[in-house]
Design a protein around this ligand. Sequence first.
Ligand code: NAP
Length: 528
Amino acid sequence: MGDYDIAIIGAGLGGVYAMHRFTSQGWSVVGLEGASDVGGVWYHNRYPGARVDLDSLDYCYSFSEDVWRSWQWRERYAAQPELLGYLNSVADRLDVRRHFHFETWLNAATWDPARRRYDLTTADGRRLSCRFLVLTTGQLSAARKPGFPGLDRFRGRWVMTSHWPQDEVETAGKRIAVIGTGSSGVQTISTLASEAEHLYVFQRTANYAVPAQNRPLDGMVQKELGDRLPVEREQLLTDTAGGVRIPEPQHPMSHYPTAERDAMLVSQWETGGQGMNSVFLDQGRDPQVNDIVADFVRDRIRGTVRDPAMAEALCPTYPIGTRRLCLEIGYYDAFNQDNVSLVDLRDDPIVEITETGLRTRDHHHEVDLIVFALGFDAFTGAIDGANIRNGQGITPTDRWRSGPRTRLGMMTAGFPNLFLPTGPGSPSVLGNLFLQNEYSIDWIADCIAHLDEKRYASIEASEAGEAEWTAHVAQLAQGLLRLGIDNYMVHVSDDGSRTFIPYIGGVRRHVASMREAAAGNYAGFDLR
Ligand code: NAP
């Protein structure tokens, strides 16, 4: 397939931008994508009800006024078809599609220290090489596959939300089981409830879901934002935690009289969205403060779900915001329908899948369709899937037994010219991935231009630079309630020690650190 300056793996929102940015710079660039088209997460997650849980006006590209004006967002939270349409439209506008090889899986990438290049092979045996390897594979892309005994003998159909089939999946009038109640489960349950003859929700852990308060968007708001796009964008980069326009907490809860505190919670409930995670400055660290916010949400669940036992089973017991908050549109209402049952797996675990349904310890549920919404092998799954090896034959995650180690969430020591934009140690899943991909890829482009100008062949995180950033990431995470709760953002080592994987310092501090490193001749990196 040839020798390139840069290979980009993945044609999702990061890959599309990376292809545009790098080809604009005049480098030879190739993209590999396993799917048959662009879109990444929005290509694969086409399950009924799939929708973004950040505001559409934040969750889109902001690097170009032309691109901004080319698309009119219809809803506060865009649904998957609109997001996929947007990514296709941008890919056409930027003319990046022709540089990607679709239905092409990367099988292995091996660094050759003598040639200072990665040699890549694809699953169908083709070979290519590149100086720089950029993984825009996303952090939530490698699916957690169902491993339930008996699945192979099930005579109905089964699907995964994370890789929803392209062909029609018949749901109307079917008996459907959904296993998993994270963001994907919550969204698809809410939609399938109105289509299924009967819907069985298999819940292992109840999660918090707050109203999305979705609504049609006023085109004028988007136009006005577009008129001051560069200023708005710089403000998101330098003055926000998540790269989104969500008001940030100003004071600890104790600052407010009780009536004002309660009014703030009601107001946030009515506003909708992820802001329920950050009403008070100390709710992520102080269990008593957190409990007041959590109780507010639990009371709303009890006020919505009419069956008290079911309501109780749907009430989460962990601190709110310590796992990703789900946004809901009719989720709890669905449990008031006669055709929706909740199977609480804590009381009655799944034993096996049979020819006709699912057997829990105490019951057998006959179904036509099983929907697995089991989540992802987050952060490391896609890196491992790429099978990248350095000159010593080890993979990036071989060195991460006690938690991911990176410099700025961008590179890991021992792997020259391998970039992991939005990787572990960056804000990543805690914020706006469009914006983070843009600034990370801009940083990579500037970095490669710098290497070329100064005639360096390679860059990698230095051991000291990596150790410093990894310690900083861990230090900021100390005392977070979420560090103590099992979820995909926490790495648990064999010795039981826990590492919070993303960077809790926020976009503003991350961008400042990235800019500082670049201005300081890539401090914390070895240039050779
Ligand atoms: P998730 O949050 O990891 O949820 C996975 C669910 O599957 C959990 O309820 C989990 O239960 C359950 N599960 C896993 N293995 C199981 C087993 N063996 N038996 C029974 N239950 C099992 O995954 P997700 O819902 O796909 O969401 C992942 C992330 O993707 C979200 O947090 C969000 O960042 C992103 N996402 C965003 C959107 C959006 O923008 N609206 C939509 C979907 C996803 P336990 O909790 O007990 O482990």
